[in-house]
Design a protein around this ligand. Structure first.
Ligand code: DC
Length: 227
């Protein structure tokens, strides 16, 4: 099986690119952020303190997460409810970041993520895919962009969806999320030593897509030669 790990901070374009690349390559796209968002959403709905590991831990026993692939899109089910849209909101992103710092939550999702890589050719995006989840991935990409560029993209995306947010708010959220993701003790966001870094600050989506596709195709060809 081929596995491509794409890690990087919020808003670097991981999911838009991974989705398109998976369609192009005939791979399955696994959005691990959606899993953390679903757990965050569950806790938010219950009204628990998302930073309290005991309260979050008690919730995990009540949660079943399932991925389904319908019309080429990943749908995520939280206890059989399709929450694919709801988890995209900003508050679910913040809730995800809070629960994602907890080892019990990461452990809870680890098998589900590794299992996908054993069954299918995949592109998996997240924060620790290259460092923790798939240390032997066929290719590891660390996708980044400046805070300004990422905030501009995320703001545009949210406004198009009809969310009422200000640019400053989006930028502050990104900075806060970066800080939390980089500084947490368990599986912090960092580049794996063998990952290739791609900075998309000055690239269009198409340019980033072409760059990543070329990296993946080259690596797959190299792998075939060595077999
Ligand atoms: O990629 P995203 O914005 O959907 O991720 C939401 C949050 O989940 C983000 O703040 C970090 C966390 N996350 C993580 O810790 N590990 C992953 N593999 C994916 C996401």
């Amino acid at each position: 099986m081929v596995s491509v790990a794409i890690d990087g901070p919020s808003g670097a374009g991981k999911s838009s690119l991974a989705k398109r690349l998976a369609a192009e390559l005939g791979f399955i796209y696994v959005d691990t952020g959606a899993m953390y968002r679903s757990i965050g959403l569950y806790g938010m709905r219950k009204g628990i303190d998302l930073n309290d590991t005991q309260q979050v831990g008690a919730c995990l026993g009540e949660i079943a997460i399932r991925l389904a692939f319908e019309d080429g899109n990943q749908h995520i089910y939280l206890n059989d409810e399709d929450v694919s849209q709801e988890i995209r909101k900003e508050d679910a992103g913040m809730a995800a970041s809070a629960v994602a710092s907890q080892p019990q939550v990461r452990q809870f999702l680890l098998d589900l993520q590794r299992d996908m890589a054993q069954k299918y050719d995949i592109l998996m995006d997240g924060r620790d895919i290259g460092t923790v989840i798939l240390p032997n991935a066929t290719l590891k990409i660390f996708l980044t962009a400046s805070v300004q560029a990422r905030a501009e993209r995320r703001y545009k995306e949210l406004v198009e969806k009809g969310d009422k947010v200000t640019f400053e708010q989006v930028k502050t959220d990104i900075e806060q999320r970066d800080w939390q993701d980089i500084h947490r003790e368990t599986a912090p966001l960092r580049k794996a030593p063998d990952a290739i870094e791609v900075d998309t600050s000055d690239m269009t989506l198409q340019q980033s897509f072409d760059a990543l596709l070329s990296l993946i195709q080259t690596r797959i060809a190299q792998q075939k030669e060595n077999m």
